[in-house]
Design a protein around this ligand. Structure first.
Ligand code: DX5
Length: 229
């Protein structure tokens, strides 16, 4: 099944707990906390305290997406706060292999994200050391940006590399994922859809938006479930 995760970057910051619970009740598979430091990306958002505050409120996967410089300095704090998965951005890591190893050494899942300008070839040597690769389909830093369609080719390429290596790990996509783009992303090979403004918006309720997103991709089977993988 295709996983859907709600990014609380688009939620009401005055009601983060309620909004995370709303997404869980709506049936998301995870909650993504977009951590931004104003250096790796222009925006500043949340710290480990938000993960710690949300942890007791939800049972689904709680994921910290660290859009920060020197993420290795903060992995322990996010793991202690209760993150089930920590995603680091390749471009922020001097020694990415060691960083993802250190996440796994804490007993939680390690993800690596690549920005629109970073090729699949840059993460090939990490594929055996991570539990998820996240393809950014916007430039990291802000929610509500338009989906970058030229990243579909990259998602497809990454899927083919994973298939060739018989690596059955999820491909996440993050940025501009909504009813207009989800199906194309899944068709290219995405198996985890991270959506912020596609779930938290004034057009419909969180429950309606999650249901619509799921319905949009319901007839598409994840490539990871193909026989032989
Ligand atoms: C970008 C952020 C956003 C967020 C989702 O740095 O990572 O992609 O998760 O935002 P939307 O779904 O509004 O593009």
């Amino acid at each position: 099944m295709i996983n859907v995760e709600a990014s609380i970057l688009a939620a009401d910051f005055a009601r983060l707990g309620e909004q995370a619970q709303e997404a869980e009740v709506a049936g998301v598979d995870g909650i993504q906390v977009d951590v931004m430091d104003g250096r790796f990306v222009p925006n500043i958002t949340f710290g480990p305290g938000v993960v710690q505050a949300l942890r007791p409120l939800i049972r689904v996967k709680l994921e910290a997406d660290l859009m920060i410089v020197k993420p290795e300095l903060h992995i322990g704090a996010f793991a202690d706060a209760g993150a089930d998965r920590i995603i680091v951005h390749l471009e922020a890591c001097l020694h990415p292999y060691r960083v993802v190893q250190s996440i796994r050494d804490l007993g939680i899942e390690a993800g690596v994200a690549i920005a629109p300008g970073t090729p699949v070839s840059a993460v090939v040597e990490l594929l055996d050391a991570v539990d998820l690769v996240q393809v950014m389909t916007v430039n990291p830093g802000w929610g509500g940006q338009p989906f970058l369609h030229d990243q579909l080719r990259k998602i497809d390429h990454l899927r083919r590399v994973l298939e060739e290596r018989n690596l059955n790990i999820p491909i996440g996509v993050d940025g501009g994922i909504n009813l207009a783009t989800a199906s194309a992303a899944v068709g290219a090979g995405a198996t985890v859809l991270v959506s912020g403004s596609g779930i938290y918006n004034d057009n419909a309720s969180v429950a309606e938006n999650v249901a619509s997103l799921r319905a949009q991709v319901a007839l598409q089977s994840p490539w990871t479930q193909r026989p032989g993988l």
